[in-house]
Ligand binder design. Structure first.
Ligand SMILES: *[C@@H]1O[C@H](CO)[C@@H](O)[C@H](O)[C@H]1NC(C)=O
Ligand SMILES: *[C@@H]1O[C@H](CO)[C@@H](O)[C@H](O)[C@H]1NC(C)=O
Ligand SMILES: *[C@@H]1O[C@H](CO)[C@@H](O)[C@H](O)[C@H]1NC(C)=O
Ligand SMILES: *[C@@H]1O[C@H](CO)[C@@H](O)[C@H](O)[C@H]1NC(C)=O
Ligand SMILES: *[C@@H]1O[C@H](CO)[C@@H](O)[C@H](O)[C@H]1NC(C)=O
Ligand SMILES: *[C@@H]1O[C@H](CO)[C@@H](O)[C@H](O)[C@H]1NC(C)=O
Ligand SMILES: *[C@@H]1O[C@H](CO)[C@@H](O)[C@H](O)[C@H]1NC(C)=O
Length: 428
């Protein structure tokens, strides 16, 4: 099933080098191959299409599995295409008319001295890199790993560079015959505490909960596992996660045209990709379906309930299975010593876009801060490894809580009278 979605005919000629230099070109039919022979770069036609695209695919294994496409949105309609490295370090694709249809928009060269040269190299990791080299220095001025298509390869940083503002995003192909971008964009949103989003245009459709030190809440990601390790990095320059293989098993994460995301492993014995894990938004609650302080479970009818201590804001509307205006408190907070916290488990945390966090605070300190700030609505440990650490605080309405088998506790601020065992019909 997977193989059929990426097979195509190459008709490529032999290539020995992994590098092209300034003014050199790769014509349709020519390719370059990475040093270890794992990847190949050239023009191809996907599926039943006759259009030509510049891409990178596996060479050693699984011939025809494309991992990256340059001119996704603008195909070349015949075999007259050409890839060229300009002397300023820009990688460009020209059609038969000599019209530029794609450019890497590489960072400009720092020092254009006589002995500065540019070079593009296909690495054995699948990364296409534009180097700027002088006798004293060499630096990367562009790399394909910064611009993934539908595939996340080991070592790719997926997140946001806070210095340049560049945000990585994955989008599926439209179909096996058409690599242009599908509707939904997968990104790591770094507003507040980082979380994975699936967006369409500017609309947030689905949210996968925040990183909890082990995995992203709500993602069936086994960590640790025998095949790869996940690394989450957050500092002043960048926030990203990446995965690194623990074995020699070749692997990739792929967003399919049907919006399923799969982690695939290549098993040489059977010469095929095997699905190691999948995630899909299809069986999940749409973002904010149950409104503020609502709790969603797509397998229940109706899917929405109010959190303990809250009641539907518009009861009539709620009865008609429309929880969009959400829930409100049974009892207002008094913003003093009268308030307390109710622990709930088994949920994906509410949206953390406007949350605040500190990785070194304890749960006790976290509670104290939340208690003291009248606007604080909930707190939790940000990191569940080693018994829990870090502090995550919410300061506004809690939205998009999904019931899920998560073992991470959330403490919701309620009026003291709510904590005395009074029962709401909407208890979760
Ligand atoms: C590249 O081509 C341009 C235009 O033909 C020429 O001026 C330049 O000298 C060439 N550069 C190299 C490094 O060959
Ligand atoms: C080349 O230009 C002509 C006239 O503008 C156009 O009709 C044709 O489609 C172009 N060919 C390619 C390969 O873009
Ligand atoms: C090498 O280039 C990088 C990136 O342009 C720069 O940050 C660094 O200072 C340079 N190092 C030297 C020794 O020139
Ligand atoms: C989570 O906690 C573990 C163990 O204390 C620590 O090694 C890791 O760096 C923490 N992760 C984050 C993102 O703070
Ligand atoms: C749900 O309620 C919202 C706001 O009152 C309204 O705009 C929407 O049309 C309703 N949806 C349904 C399916 O009734
Ligand atoms: C995080 O919490 C620690 C421990 O309470 C504190 O020393 C540190 O200043 C806090 N950092 C920020 C950025 O608030
Ligand atoms: C609480 O929120 C209100 C309204 O947004 C704001 O004016 C006030 O400064 C906030 N108080 C604290 C302690 O953050």
């Amino acid at each position: 099933m997977l193989a059929s979605c990426a097979l195509f005919f190459l008709g490529s000629t032999d290539a020995k080098l992994d590098t092209i230099s300034a003014n050199q070109t790769i014509k349709d039919g020519e390719t370059i191959v990475s040093y270890g022979g794992m990847y190949e770069l050239g023009f191809f036609s996907p599926g039943k299409s006759k259009n030509r695209y510049l891409g990178i695919w596996f060479k050693k294994i699984s011939k025809g599995t494309v991992v990256w496409v340059a001119n996704r949105e603008i195909p070349i309609t015949d075999k007259s295409g050409m890839l060229k490295l300009n002397k300023d370090g820009n990688l460009i694709i020209l059609n038969g008319n000599g019209t530029m249809i794609w450019s890497s928009k590489s960072n400009s060269i720092v020092s254009m001295s006589d002995n500065t040269v540019v070079e593009v190299q296909l690495l054995d990791t699948g990364n296409l890199v534009v180097w700027e080299k002088s006798s004293r220095n060499e630096s990367v001025i562009w790399q394909s790993f910064d611009y993934p298509s539908d595939t996340l390869l080991p070592g790719m940083k997926f997140g946001k560079n806070l210095v340049t503002g560049r945000q990585s995003a994955l989008t599926s192909w439209k179909s096996p015959d058409d690599p242009s971008s599908g509707l939904y964009l997968h990104t790591l949103n770094v507003n507040g505490y980082p979380q994975l989003f699936e967006i369409q245009g500017s609309i947030l459709l689905w949210r996968f909960g925040p990183w909890n030190g082990r995995s992203f809440q709500g993602l069936p990601l086994e960590n640790p596992n025998p095949y790869y390790s996940v690394h989450f990095v957050s500092n002043e320059e960048e926030i990203y996660f990446k995965y690194e293989p623990k074995t020699s098993v070749v692997q990739r994460i792929l967003v399919m045209p049907d919006y399923t995301t799969m982690h695939l492993l290549w098993f040489d014995q059977i010469k095929d990709w095997v699905v190691y894990s999948t995630a899909t938004s299809k069986d999940r609650c749409r973002y904010g379906l149950c409104g503020p302080y609502g709790s969603c479970n797509i397998n229940r009818y109706p899917p929405c309930k109010c959190l303990v201590g809250f009641k539907p804001q518009v009861p009539d509307e709620w009865d008609r299975v429309n929880g969009s205006s959400g829930c409100e408190r049974n009892q207002a907070l008094d913003c003093g010593n009268g308030d307390g916290f109710k622990k709930i488990s088994g949920v994906i945390f509410p949206d953390t876009q406007r949350s605040w966090y500190n990785q070194s605070m304890s749960l006790e300190e976290c509670e104290r801060v939340c208690r003291r700030n009248c606007n604080c609505t909930a707190y939790a440990n940000s990191n569940i490894t080693n018994g829990g650490s870090g502090c995550l605080l919410w300061f506004d309405e809690l939205i998009d809580i999904t019931e899920y088998d998560e073992k991470q506790d959330l403490y919701i601020k309620l009026a003291a009278s709510e904590l005395l065992g009074t029962h709401s019909p909407f208890l979760i």
